[in-house]
Design a protein around this ligand. Structure first.
Ligand code: PEP
Ligand code: CO
Length: 463
């Protein structure tokens, strides 16, 4: 079968339609007070242009098929929650820069090709562990992401407002437009590898390592140009693809962005290339899995400690019944202490079922703690610990540790602690800007990429 196998996706899933999820129980959806207002907004969204195209989603699936076969590595990263407040061209450029830098470190350091996917241009809606938030004597509805309500702790701010979906759409469109301009207009060309340098990473060891790698890449490009391989002759040198992804959580919005592809006749979510189902909404009998099973995009499945092998197999059958290469990426998030216990049984279940999947490690969501200051944080060393455990489990089972899924930003935030800069708990309030979970800053992201490249290189050597 060809990797993309797009033909298979043309079969409509039995009993599925873009709104068939509405017949099933759904978790984590906001209570909108005015149903008519919500319907009007969804009707408007249905008339808005697609943000991504079916052919692009198929191209991503073909790239992910290479990851499933062990020939490439998936790098997926970006905000926990994009926010209206942080929307700025510099923020987008800087996040993209760090993603490109991380990819270069992996390509150059580990000799692997890298599939780049941003948690951006649509990553707005958030699942919450509790529907309410209490501060002192006051209890209000939880913040559910800027596409639903606002972060301020007032009743007015926390009221779900459908109009926000239109603003989220506009922000996603503008973000994606800038990403496309950067990646296709030459900025992401390998020859610009020095330009992605971020001043504020400063004199850290990672900055020096990066400059060193960049100098060697430039040298290699000079050699290749002399041999006749340049951006003019080889598109891969001049351009790169960065795909978009988000959690398909706010199903009314996702439904409105679901369109038939005229080429294949299949339904695609046109708000992102890849969409995933979160750890809290992945019940196969409920609405979120129902929605996802019918769209032809490549899908992600978040797998936390409560997912047992039987439940996992049921989800694979529901989300990838035709066993299409690259269709399903399992994003595991067990925490440093849970990965050795929870990951191997899933790897074995996949083997028993004869499934070739993309396995990506999300070392963020199982390692969140509340610091003494009351802010949510994650320790760099624990993030690294889960990545190490992920590699060890795959090495023991003979499977491909296919990717990394991180919450990161190009900004110099103080949200995660540790790393070679030794960010401390006490320093968290200085530049704590996330609307939801703590992100790796630029220096920490780069440090993680270098450590990962090292790990991948060692793995290749032993193989
Ligand atoms: C997330 O990725 O932001 C998230 C909420 O993850 P999970 O569903 O794995 O908890
Ligand atoms: Co998060």
């Amino acid at each position: 079968m060809s990797p993309a196998a797009p033909g298979a996706a043309t079969l409509p899933a039995p009993g599925w339609s873009p709104d068939s999820w509405r017949r099933l129980p759904a978790r984590q959806l906001p209570d909108f007070e005015d149903a008519a207002h919500l319907s009007r907004v969804e009707a408007r969204l249905r008339g808005y242009p697609p943000l991504v195209f079916a052919g692009e989603a198929r191209a991503l699936q073909a790239e992910l098929a290479a990851v499933a076969e062990g020939r490439a590595f998936l790098l997926q990263g970006g905000d926990c929650a994009e926010s209206f407040a942080e929307f700025h061209p510099d923020t987008i450029r800087d996040s993209l820069r760090v993603l490109l830098q991380m990819a270069v470190v992996l390509i150059f350091g580990a000799g692997t090709s890298v599939v780049k996917v941003g948690r951006l241009a649509g990553q707005f809606a958030k699942p919450r562990s509790s529907p309410v938030e209490r501060q002192g004597e006051v209890e209000l509805p939880s913040y559910r992401g800027d596409i639903v309500n606002a972060l301020d702790f007032t009743l007015a701010a926390r009221r779900p407002d459908p109009e926000r979906q239109l603003q989220a759409y506009a922000q996603a469109a503008a973000t994606l437009n800038l990403v496309r301009a950067f990646t296709e207009g030459g900025y992401a060309a390998l020859s610009r590898v020095h330009d992605w340098y971020l001043g504020f990473v400063g004199e850290t060891p990672q900055a020096r390592l990066y400059q060193d790698a960049a100098a060697r890449i430039s040298e290699a490009l000079g050699f290749m140009a002399a041999c006749g391989v340049s951006g003019d002759s080889t598109p891969a040198v001049a351009r790169t693809r960065v795909y978009t992804s988000h959690e398909a959580l706010l199903l009314g919005f996702e439904e409105a962005m679901t369109r038939v592809d005229s080429t294949s006749g299949a339904w695609y979510n046109t708000a992102g290339h890849l969409v995933w189902v979160g750890d809290r909404t992945r019940d196969p009998a409920e609405a979120h899995v129902e929605y996802l099973r019918g769209i032809a995009n490549p899908l992600g499945l978040k797998a936390g400690p409560s997912l047992d092998p039987d439940g996992f197999v049921r989800l694979c059958d529901a989300l990838d019944p035709r066993r299409e290469p690259g269709r399903l990426t399992v994003i595991t998030r067990f925490g440093q202490d849970g990965v050795a216990r929870h990951l191997p049984p899933l790897l074995r279940a996949a083997r028993r079922e004869g499934r070739r999947l993309v396995w990506a490690c999300d070392p963020m969501h199982g390692n969140t703690v509340t610091s003494d200051s009351g802010l949510k944080t994650r320790r760099f060393e624990r993030i690294l610990g889960e990545v190490e455990g992920f590699f060890a489990a795959h090495a023991a089972e003979g499977t491909h540790p296919g990717g990394l899924h991180v919450e990161m930003t190009g900004q110099d935030v103080t949200e995660c602690t540790g790393g070679s800069g030794d960010a401390s708990d006490a320093g968290l309030p200085a530049r704590y800007r996330t609307h939801c979970d703590p992100r790796l800053n630029a220096a920490q992201s780069l440090e993680l990429a270098f450590l990962l490249a090292d790990r991948l290189r060692r793995m290749r050597r032993t193989a």
